[in-house]
Each structure stands twice: as C-alpha cells, then as structure tokens.
Write a protein of this length. Structure first.
Length: 319
C-alpha cells in the first residue's frame, strides 16, 4: 500500500520544474488502479505538457482544472495504453494535439475544453474509442483526429471554423455516419481512406481543391458525388472502392486522373475526359466489369496501365 504522502510526491515529480526543480522521486512500485487526483497546491500548480506521456500504469486521472504550460496538452497522455478515465480538463487549454494518441483502452466521452483550437490527432490510434464527443466551436484543425480508431462509429458535427480535416477518419474501418464539411475546408485528402464501412451521402463545399486518396479503400461506398469546380487534385480518389459505380463531371482544373478508379471492380459508367487531362496512369486498372463508352478528347497522355486487367472492356478508345 502506497501512502497518500508518497503518492503526492510522485505527482509532484511530474509538475512544472519551476515549482519542483530538483525533486526526484523513486519509481512508483504500486498499481495506479484508483483515481489519481492532481494536487492543486492552492492554485499554484502548473502542469507540463507531457507529464504523463507513456505512463503505461495510469488508468484514471482527475486533473481538477489545473492549468497547463502555454495552455497546451499536446501529447499529454500519449501512449498511456491503459488509461480509460480522464476528467477535469482545464477549460483554457487551446492545444489538444495528439493528447490521447495511442491510448488503446480509452473509451470515454471526454469533456473537451471550450477554448480548444487545435485537435490534430487527438484520438489517433485509440483503437477502442467509440464515444460521442462535442468539438468546441473554435477548433480549426481536426487533421487525423480519429485516424486508426478502428472501433469509432459515432455521430459527429464539425464547427464552422474548421479549416483542415485531411485524414480525419483515416482507417476508421467501422465508421459509417453522415459528415458535414465546413465551408473553410480546402483539402479532403485521405479523409476517409480505409473506411471500409463508409457509405453516406456527401455534399462538398465550393472551395475544396484536393481529393487525393479521399475514399481509397472505402469498399462499401457507392454514393453520387458532385465535385466543386475548384478541384485540382484527385489522384487515387476512389482507388479500391469495389462497390462504386457512379459517374460525375470531372472538374476543368483537374489535369491527372492517375489511379482514380484503380480496383473499382463494379465500375461501369461513362465519363467525359477533356484534352487538358494528361495523366491516365492506372486510371481504370482492374475495373473488371467496365465496358462503357468513354468520350476521350485527343491529346498527349500517359496511358501506362490505364485499362490494365479491364477484362470486360470492348470499346473503341481514341488514343
């Protein structure tokens, strides 16, 4: 049994070095199987950003609204693989980047700080996480927010100030919920890559320019898509979407369709391909049922593997 005094010393060893500059406490031999409460020290305690980083024994913690240095909880609980309860996050925290990354057992609805602005990778690799959260209204970045959260499948609403969300649901293999796209977002690259269950209607804002690998590996996805005119990049956008069978207008600013429909084994619809598209590398590779007319305007192109293994194709192609 570890005495309360010894437990306090242990926690103090994690606190801000200006308050406890020389304190050294021997490694804690017990089990943190009870709620750890951070001492407030009369309001003077300030926590370092990564004080509990990789503390495998940590299971439950109450932060009791204690402030963090520079209002940052970046990597605060990174790789705390047994952590499952966190409460009392200071409401003034602005940086939540990778705060719970690699917390494999975390599956709690977290009360996020109202002042949060950055949530890049906050729950990345939290493979058990499947709880609802409310993203604070001032958040601008949700890049890789739920990346590799293979269990996650909860409704989510992104606030209007979000500007960056590429990779937000990367490899969320269970995810199948409607997603809103704030009007400030310009890049949806890798957003749903590997979301093999995802099959929801999508409505994109007008200023998105990048769709690189956006739906790659979304094997269930088969929804109508309407790309904004501003789009410039869409390589591998639907690669591996084995159920996808939708046609759409290719935006005028797109110059390459490299691997866009690679391994879309159900695809069998027509497309108009203008002469400003010069890249067709692997575009229809392994589209084994594809046999629809293509209106391809003449022009120089990279034709490498464009129709490789299109076993059903029997159409005249303008080269």
């Amino acid at each position: 049994m570890v005495s309360p005094f010894r437990r306090l010393l242990l926690l103090q060893s994690f606190l801000h070095p200006r308050l406890y500059p020389q304190r050294k406490v021997p490694a804690y031999e017990g089990h943190w199987d009870k709620m750890i409460k951070v001492p407030s020290e009369g309001g003077k305690t300030v926590l370092r950003t990564n004080i509990f980083n990789s503390k495998a024994a940590l299971r439950q913690i109450s932060l009791r609204n204690v402030p963090y240095t520079d209002n940052s909880m970046g990597l605060a609980f990174y790789n705390c693989q047994n952590l499952y309860t966190v409460e009392g996050i200071n409401p003034n925290v602005t940086n939540m980047s990778y705060t719970f990354s690699d917390c494999k057992n975390l599956n709690q609805s977290i009360n996020l700080p109202a002042s949060a602005e950055t949530m890049t990778g906050t729950f990345e690799n939290c493979t058990s996480f499947n709880s609802t959260i409310q993203i604070p209204v001032g958040v601008t970045s949700v890049i890789n927010l739920f990346a590799n959260c293979t269990t996650y499948n909860q409704p989510i609403e992104f606030p209007d100030y979000v500007e960056a969300m590429h990779g937000a649901f990367l490899n969320c293999t269970s995810f199948n919920q409607p997603v809103n796209f704030p009007s400030l977002v310009t890049d949806l690259s890798f957003t749903f890559q590997g979301c093999s269950n995802f099959n929801q209607p999508v409505n994109f804002p007008s200023n998105i320019i990048a769709f690189q690998n956006t739906f790659e590996g979304c094997s269930n996805f088969n929804q109508p898509v309407n790309f904004p005119n501003a789009v410039k990049q869409m390589p591998s956008c639907f690669k591996g979407c084995s159920n996808f069978n939708q046609t759409f207008s290719i935006p005028a600013n797109v110059s390459s369709l490299d691997s866009v429909f690679d391994n879309c084994s159900s695809l069998n619809v027509s497309f108009n391909i203008s002469n400003n598209i010069t890249g067709l590398y692997n575009t229809f590779r392994n589209c084994i049922t594809f046999n629809s007319p293509l209106n391809i305007q003449r022009g120089y192109r990279d034709w490498d593997n464009t129709f490789r293994d299109c076993l059903s194709l029997d159409q005249n192609i303008n080269l």
